[in-house]
Structures are given as structure tokens and as C-alpha cells.
Design a protein around this ligand. Structure first.
Ligand code: AMP
Length: 301
């Protein structure tokens, strides 16, 4: 496995792999790798012939009061883990090589980035400008057939898919399921900020989402379920930023369940860690046949 830190040698190696007829997979990460990242690398390894993992803590996607300086960095461990999971090439650039003197371009997806984590009451939309700008650069530098992202960052997935569609970028966005700890907490590089007590409380996020999913599967009302989950979290002393139901692609709010899949997404500050999680409930797949027939206006005549 090779490690490169500049765009020029990266392009040379990509060209060589292409010349050998290999397909290319890209897995963008900020390092501090865990099983969630490794599941993306393994998927890329299964589906493409040459797997590039980028490791770059992107300063442009952190707000001034966020954890850029303290974000966990352990490159030696990351390299070992990525190699074991099937990476062929690591791209680990410096901030200066990604954003040289005079860098002045931003890639922005509008609308989708104003809600959930992009709302002013949350991280704000500047976060997503940082994400789309760096992902666009990484896609341009590696020209992959497939790029791999985690469902854990559901809004990021929606935003990146929209960018790729709007800008006709010739890449397939592959989305892999959220990998969880044994007790259900979504894996995140930020989980290591949690004290033992915060770690225990953090499972409440997934429990709240699971309760909404179970209630929806049992035919209960979406708004009632969200209200009950919010009350439960408040009684556990968890201050949520949001718990909302939205269309997974357009991120438009969904008030009542119909035939469309619904994204239920949560963000909360637990001690020093800002955590996010989500589920997608698909009525067509997840409701009992009787209930879905009822929603579609009764059984076919
Ligand atoms: P990050 O290093 O946090 O920027 O994440 C890099 C990629 O890994 C993103 O596409 C994330 O959605 C994905 N990822 C992070 N955590 C998980 C997880 N628990 N399960 C699946 N994918 C994840």
C-alpha cells in the first residue's frame, strides 16, 4: 500500500491503475478510522480493483468553535487498519497542498444544506460548503468509478448525491449502512470524547430512533412518536439539537407517513461530543402487508 501526499503523484498512480484496466474506488475519511470506515473500505475492495482511501482532516468543514484542533489524529494506526481492510493507496495531503495560497473556489449545494445540521441553530450551512468543496476536489483528483459514504451522515449523503447529479460528475455514490457498537451507539471518531457516564447516556439516541421505527412499524402516528421520543430524551437530561422526519433525498419535512421512505435524524450534544444518528423507515418494506395495503387505499379489487 502506497502513501502519497500530493495531487501530482496521486494522479500518476491513478493513471497507472487505469492503464492496467482497473476500476477505482474512493473512500474519503478524516482518519481516526473505526469499523464504520473499514466497512466502506471493504465494500470498495469488493466492488472495485484499486481502492484509494483519503485521510484529511478538512479545516474548511469545521466551524470556529468546533473541534478541528483536537480532532483525533493517528496516522500510523490508520495506515495499518486501512491496509488490512484492503486499501491500495492512501492519499493523506497537507492542508497546504489541498488549499494552496490563493485558493478561492467553493462548491455549494443550496437548500439541502440549510436544514438539520445546516440550520443556524446547528452546525450551519458553511460546514457543508467545506464538505462539498473537499469531496469535489477528491473526486477530481482520483476520478473514481465509485465513491463510498456512510449512511450515518445521511444529510452529507443527500448533499453529495445532489452535487454529483447537478454537476454531472461521472461517479457512482455508494452508501453503506451505519456500523454500530454492540449497544447500538453509531460508531464515530468523536465517541472517544465521551466520559463513561456520557457513553452510557449516548445509547439513548439510537434507542429513541429505534422506538420511532418500532412505532411506525406498528402503525403509530409519526408526529406523536417524535414528540414521545423528544420527551424521553429530555427526561434523560439529553439536550437535542433536532429530531426530525424528512425525505431522505430532498430533505423536505415529512409530517405524516405515506408511501415514501422517511429519514428520521437526530443530533445532540452529549458532554463534549456532538453526536448524530439516523434511521430510514421504508413503509413499503417495513410495514406489515395489511398496514401498507391500508395506506395505499385498501386491497386491490
Ligand atoms: P469521517 O471520517 O467522520 O469524515 O467519515 C468518513 C466516512 O465514514 C463518511 O462517509 C462517514 O459517513 C463514514 N462513517 C463514519 N461513521 C460511520 C459508521 N458508524 N458507519 C458507517 N459509515 C460511517
Amino acid at each position: 500500500m502506497k502513501v502519497v501526499r500530493e495531487i501530482a503523484p496521486l494522479r500518476t498512480l491513478v493513471r497507472e491503475a487505469r492503464g492496467e484496466g482497473r476500476t477505482i474506488g474512493l473512500v474519503p475519511t478524516m482518519g481516526a478510522l473505526h469499523e464504520g470506515h473499514l466497512s466502506l473500505i471493504r465494500a470498495a475492495q469488493r466492488e472495485t480493483d484499486f481502492v484509494i482511501v483519503s485521510i484529511f482532516v478538512n479545516p474548511k468543514q469545521f466551524g470556529p468553535s468546533e473541534d478541528f484542533e483536537t480532532y483525533p489524529r493517528d496516522e500510523a494506526r490508520d495506515l495499518e487498519m486501512a491496509a488490512a481492510a484492503g486499501a491500495d493507496l492512501i492519499f493523506a495531503p497537507s492542508a497546504d497542498s489541498m488549499y494552496p495560497e490563493g485558493f478561492s473556489t467553493t462548491v455549494e449545494v443550496t437548500g439541502l444544506t440549510d436544514v438539520l445540521c445546516g440550520a443556524d441553530t446547528s452546525r450551519g450551512s458553511a460546514h457543508f460548503k467545506g464538505v462539498t468543496t473537499v469531496v469535489c476536489k477528491l473526486l477530481n483528483a482520483t476520478a473514481p468509478d465509485n465513491a463510498y459514504f456512510g449512511q450515518k451522515d445521511a444529510q452529507q449523503v443527500a448533499v453529495i448525491k445532489r452535487m454529483v447529479r447537478d454537476l454531472d460528475m461521472p461517479v457512482e455514490i455508494r452508501v453503506m449502512p451505519t456500523v454500530r457498537e454492540a449497544d447500538g451507539l453509531a460508531m464515530s471518531s468523536r465517541n472517544r470524547y465521551l466520559s463513561d457516564e456520557d457513553r452510557e447516556r449516548s445509547v439513548r439516541l439510537n434507542e429513541a430512533l429505534s422506538a420511532v421505527r418500532d412505532g411506525l412499524a406498528a402503525g403509530e402516528d409519526l408526529a406523536d412518536l417524535l414528540a414521545a421520543a423528544k420527551a424521553d430524551l429530555a427526561s434523560a437530561g439529553i439536550e437535542i439539537e433536532y429530531l426530525e422526519a424528512r425525505d431522505p433525498e430532498s430533505l423536505e419535512p415529512i409530517e405524516t407517513l405515506d408511501k415514501r421512505p422517511v429519514l428520521v435524524a437526530i443530533a445532540a450534544q452529549i458532554g463534549p461530543a456532538r453526536l448524530i444518528d439516523n434511521i430510514i423507515f421504508d413503509p413499503q418494506a417495513d410495514l406489515s402487508t395489511q398496514q401498507s395495503l391500508a395506506m395505499q387505499g385498501g386491497p386491490p379489487r
